[in-house]
Design a protein around this ligand. Sequence first.
Ligand SMILES: Cc1cc2nc3c(=O)[nH]c(=O)nc-3n(C[C@H](O)[C@H](O)[C@H](O)COP(=O)(O)OP(=O)(O)OC[C@H]3O[C@@H](n4cnc5c(N)ncnc54)[C@H](O)[C@@H]3O)c2cc1C
Length: 269
Amino acid sequence: MDVKLIDYAADPLAKLYGAYRTCYSADTPQHIWQKIRDASIAPERIREFIVARLETGHTSPLEQVVFWFAISGVSRALSHQLVRHRIGISFEQQSQRYVRFKEERLEFILPESWKRAGLESEFNETVARISSAYSKALAAGVPAEDARFVLPNAAPTNFQIMVNFAELQHIADLRLCVRAQWEIRKMVAAMRAEIKRAVPEIAPFVQPKCGERRQGYCDESLEDWQKCPLGRVRPHKSLLFELYRQHGSQALRALSDKEFEEVERLEKL
Ligand SMILES: Cc1cc2nc3c(=O)[nH]c(=O)nc-3n(C[C@H](O)[C@H](O)[C@H](O)COP(=O)(O)OP(=O)(O)OC[C@H]3O[C@@H](n4cnc5c(N)ncnc54)[C@H](O)[C@@H]3O)c2cc1C
């Protein structure tokens, strides 16, 4: 697997500062950007302001920060999962219709678990048979779009993707969680490492959902939390409810129409 940050939209910190400041200032965005450009706001002030905003739930400015990644040598099992993300992300994926793979160039992705199970040769023999059938089909005039029907989830694929920072955070929420499949976790961890090199100020905000900068707690099943290696570091939601039950200012109860009526009465809606 190779994951490279190809590019990112210029001045991501300035973009974030401009977007957030426009929301919270009587100044026009033109004036705010003039201050950014003539450096009358210190870069340190910009960084501090952004980091403080990133701690809040105001996330739409993050959609104005965009990254491009080159991803290669991942499996079709991974790509099926990645393309389920449909908001704030665009994909271009290597075609199995237009690309006729050379038999010896089909480097299938072998999970470590097959090796650990002592089944590496079984895996290799199976994919070698598949490669051979695929090549025979092409040679016999079967079009690539039909020859590919024998290719397995282990077949390699490549992407160029464009993703905004809000969606990247959401993808990391789900895919850095140990509940996610290993290969997509590895890919998202590599994307995070690339962002850390390019824009270190915002990389700490790319975490699994239980991270202190995201939702903060685990909302998976209690059983999964107990099995998680981070389970001792981040709390499970049931523990938080239990603490509220013990120490909260009111008894915890389900929301009902009574609560909505109470809000309407208090706020004179
Ligand atoms: C551990 C794990 C196991 C999974 N197992 C399965 C499985 O067994 N089978 C399966 O089919 N999928 C599975 N998935 C995929 C999952 O169901 C989602 O399709 C995938 O994670 C994409 O996330 P998303 O829906 O948040 O999409 P994104 O595009 O990343 O969406 C971002 C957010 O935008 C909002 N949004 C997007 N589209 C809409 C919409 N149409 N209407 C309203 N709001 C919208 C939602 O809030 C969404 O969370 C699994 C995912 C994970 C992480």
